[in-house]
Design a protein around this ligand. Structure first.
Ligand code: LCS
Length: 399
C-alpha cells in the first residue's frame, strides 16, 4: 500500500497496519529480528561507497539495522514526521539531540517540570560542557521570551509534564521558536502520538522515552527522535555514531510489536485514568488530583485544544504528607510500587524521593512536586479492581 492510500485510515488502523506492510526481503509480516552486528559488502568498492554515503545500505548495527529501520519508519509515520532515529533509551535520545543542537557557550530554554533524569542532564551534566539550561515555568510564555537570547539554540518542552501533568501551549511555543529561529523540541512520552502530535502543532523535533507507552509492556528500554530527514541524518551520522546509544534489534522489534496495540492500550489507559481521577477527586483522604481530563485541572481547556485525549497518568496529593503517601504505596496489592510508566500494569511511585529526587528542595517547590504528591501510571486492568485496590489501601492510611 502506498503512503497516500494509507492516509484515509484512522490512527488505530494505522497502528496495526503500519506504514507499508511486510519485510521487503522475505515477505515476513512480522519484521525479522536482524540479530547481526555487521553486514557483508559485495566488494571493497561497495564498502567504500557505503562509508562515503554515496549509496544506501547497511554497514554496522550502530549505524543502522533493518529491524531498527522498521521501528523508525513506523514512528515517523505515526508522528507525521519525515524520518526517525531509534536510541538505546529516552536519555540517549535526549542527550544526542541536545549535543546535536548546542555547542559550548550556548544555551537552551526548557520547561522547569521535567522527568528528573532530563533535569539532571540539564542542570548537572550540560554545565560541564559550558551549555547553560534555563528552566522556566512554561505555563506563562513571557518567562520563555524573557530568557531567550542570541545564544539560545532550542526550546525544550515536556507536556503533559512528568509528574504534575502541567500543560504547555505547543502552538504558542512554536510561534516563539519561529520568531527566534530556533527549533521547538517536544518530549511526547506521556501522550504518545495517539493523543498528541506536536509536529502538526508546529514543533520541529519530537522525542520519546519509548520505554513507556510505545513499548507498553515494561520489558524494553528505548528512545526515539522524529523530525526532518536532514536533522535525523545528521543525528545518525554524527551523534548516534559517536555517542553510541544504539538500540538493539530485539528491542526495536519489541517496539514494532508494541506499536500495533498502541491505540487500544491508550484508550484503555485513558478510560481507567478518568475513572480513577474521579474516584480520587472525591475521596476524603485526597487533597488534590492532577489529571488534564478533569475540569479542575488549571489547563484543562488548553489540554482539550491541543490533545485528542488526556492519557493514562494521574498524580495526586494525599492528606498526611509523605508518611501517608508511603503508607498508601506500601498498602496497595494489585498496583505495583515501581518507577517507569506506560506499562499495561499499573505502577505507583513517589516523585520527590524517587523519579524527581534529582531536584533540589527549592526546585521541587517551584514545580509543585510536594512531599505528599504520589504518581500513578494507570494500567489496562479492570478499573473496578484498581479502584478497589486504592480504596482498601486508603482505608489503611492514617491522616
Ligand atoms: N522523558 C520522560 C517524560 C520520561 O518520563 C523519561 C523516563 C525519560 C524521558 C527518559 O527515558 P529513559 O531513558 O528512561 O527511556 N521516565 C521515568 C520515570 O518517570 N520513571 O522511571 C523512568
Amino acid at each position: 500500500m502506498e503512503n497516500n492510500e494509507l492516509k484515509k485510515y484512522s490512527f488505530s488502523t494505522l497502528c496495526v497496519h503500519g506504514s507499508g506492510g511486510a519485510d521487503p526481503t522475505t515477505g515476513a509480516i512480522s519484521i525479522p529480528i536482524y540479530q547481526s552486528s555487521t553486514f557483508k559488502f559485495k566488494s571493497a568498492r561497495h564498502g567504500a561507497q557505503l562509508f562515503a554515503g554515496e549509496i544506501e545500505g547497511y554497514v554496522y548495527t550502530r549505524l543502522g539495522n533493518p529491524t531498527q529501520a522498521a521501528f523508525e519508519r513506523e514512528m515517523a509515520f505515526l508522528e507525521g514526521g519525515e524520518a526517525a532515529l531509534a536510541f538505546a533509551s529516552g536519555m540517549g535520545a535526549i542527550s544526542s539531540v541536545i549535543f546535536a543542537l548546542c555547542r559550548s557557550g550556548e544555551n537552551l530554554v526548557s520547561t522547569n517540570t521535567l522527568y528528573g533524569g532530563t533535569h539532571n542532564f540539564f542542570k548537572e551534566t550540560l554545565p560541564r560542557f559550558d551549555i547553560d539550561v534555563r528552566e522556566v515555568d512554561t505555563t506563562n510564555l513571557e518567562n520563555v521570551i524573557n530568557v531567550i537570547d542570541d545564544k539560545t539554540r532550542l526550546l525544550y518542552i515536556e507536556t503533559p509534564a512528568n509528574p504534575t501533568l502541567t500543560i504547555t501551549d505547543l502552538k504558542a511555543c512554536a510561534r516563539i521558536a519561529r520568531d527566534y529561529q530556533i527549533p521547538l523540541v517536544v518530549d511526547n512520552t506521556f501522550p504518545t502520538p495517539y493523543f498528541q502530535r506536536p509536529l502538526q502543532l508546529g514543533a520541529d523535533i519530537v522525542i520519546h522515552s519509548a520505554t513507556k507507552y510505545i513499548g507498553g509492556h515494561g520489558d524494553t528500554v528505548a528512545g526515539v527522535v522524529v523530525g526532518k530527514k536532514d536533522f535525523i541524518d545528521e543525528l545518525r551520522g554524527k551523534f548516534l555514531r559517536d555517542l553510541g546509544a544504539v538500540i538493539s534489534p530485539l528491542n526495536a522489534w519489541l517496539l514494532v510489536r508494541g506499536l500495533k496495540t498502541l491505540a487500544i492500550r491508550m484508550e484503555k489507559h485513558q478510560q481507567n485514568a478518568i475513572k480513577i481521577a474521579k474516584f480520587l477527586q472525591f475521596h476524603p483522604k485526597i487533597k488534590r488530583v492532577w489529571y488534564p481530563g478533569l475540569t479542575t485541572h488549571p489547563q484543562h481547556e488548553l489540554a482539550k485544544k491541543q490533545m485528542e485525549g488526556f492519557g493514562g497518568m494521574v498524580s495526586f496529593e494525599i492528606h498526611g504528607g509523605r508518611r501517608a503517601g508511603e503508607h498508601l504505596m506500601n498498602a496497595v496489592k494489585l498496583i505495583t510500587l515501581a518507577v517507569s510508566l506506560g506499562d499495561v500494569d499499573s505502577l505507583i511511585e513517589h516523585p520527590a524521593s524517587m523519579t524527581h529526587s534529582t531536584y533540589s528542595a527549592e526546585e521541587l517547590a517551584e514545580c509543585g512536586i510536594t512531599e505528599s504528591l504520589v504518581r500513578l501510571s494507570v494500567g489496562i486492568e479492570d478499573a473496578r479492581d484498581l479502584i478497589e485496590d486504592l480504596s482498601q489501601a486508603l482505608r489503611k492510611v492514617k491522616v
